[in-house]
Write a protein that binds this ligand. Sequence first.
Ligand code: HEM
Length: 429
Amino acid sequence: FARNRINDADGRELSHQHRAPSLKCHSVSRLSATIQKGLNCVFPFLGKGLVVLHGPKWFQHRRLLTPAFHNDILKSYVSLMADSSKVMLDKWEKRITKDKSLDIFEDVCLMTLDSLLKCTFSYHSNCQNRSTTLPTAIHDLTAMIQQRIKTFLYHNDLIYWFSPHGRRFRNACRIIHCNTEKMIKERKERLKDKRELENIQKKRRLDILDILLCAKDENGEGLPDEDISAETDTLMFGGHDTTGTGISWLLYCLALHPEHQQRCREEIKEILGDRETIQWNDLSNMPYITMCIKESLRLYPPVPQMYRQLNQPVTFFDGRTLPEGSLVSLHVYALHRNPTVWKDPEVFDPLRFSQDNLSDQHSFAFLPFSAGPRNCIAQQFAMTEMKVSLALTLLRFELSPDLNNPPNEVVQLLLRSTTGIHLHLKKLS
Ligand code: HEM
């Protein structure tokens, strides 16, 4: 990867500059055998959920949760996702004025939180229209994590936990944990009722809480409560901001490129005809939209870096070695804009992802959802939500950028803009 930032075991930065793709192939395959997930210190509140687990326990949880993202289940999420998008679009319709642009970022992230809570936990928070404790705490926590990463002093646990910032962080965690416990307790009570259990098992759609609570190992033992809470918090936290960030940058890309925006709109209109609602089968008939989504994920990967801690030394093809314990940052943002991997990398060109051009692409050149066994478990969920939300937005509005308020992208835990993402929206008749 270009511009890997590499620290040694004592935390000193070795600051390597690496060139893709040769090192990339080597490092991804070698590192996968020798890693633990890095940055665990940032997620103390998550408990030991999928994102930070490793070894047999990670394998057990991954196997358990994979069916929750199967197509048969995603199918039933489409209408819930569409409902959440419509709430956001209705809000925008009331708010737009001719001369003033709208900062869409916060609204999009609230929308993805709303839809995630509905889809995966059957929890109707109505958070887009009123301020409710749980979504506000999740939202605040995300901002505080970014702040902690940015503030070097706060990397020290002792300083952080005694600072006002650390105390606010603990408060937000408490709110989230209390809510999670309440949600789990209520569902457990309902599952105790035999008739309710039968109903749930007959339901076409099990949500993630059902899956976690009904899971049994080979000895017939269910998951311990702390594992269920950790996975619930992990999905709730990891699932909304990533997709919200992805959708925000996608709308920005299409605002900048009206010709691609129009082709996407025509594609949707042709698929829907007289229908107003999007259905699951429509989503596999959107080749141009899919290419635009991928191209925006290339230029603006919501997870711009991944971290790994080496649990044994790795020697690269050029003879250099990284010692055990090194924290390695895999710089996806830099990889996606590396001119040795991508021709004219700064140009927004969806056709890079056309069937004809795909064969020229290296299998590790495009990593918005990572790759290999630790890839994003919910990438189909995310792609589904991006398609639904983009399609409904383009049917309702024409998007253009606010040239006086351009985004200023920063690579943090997620790819943010310090100045928001401002767009002009014009209602289509
Ligand atoms: C556009 C949206 C998304 C992007 C770009 C994205 C990206 C990623 C990436 C890059 C990883 C690997 C991280 C690492 O190895 O350090 C990952 C893992 C993960 N993601 Fe996503 N994600 C998205 C949406 C979601 C959603 C919606 C959920 C849950 C509903 C989710 C749940 C997870 C989980 C649980 C893992 C850990 C998987 C494991 O280690 O087995 N993600 N995601």
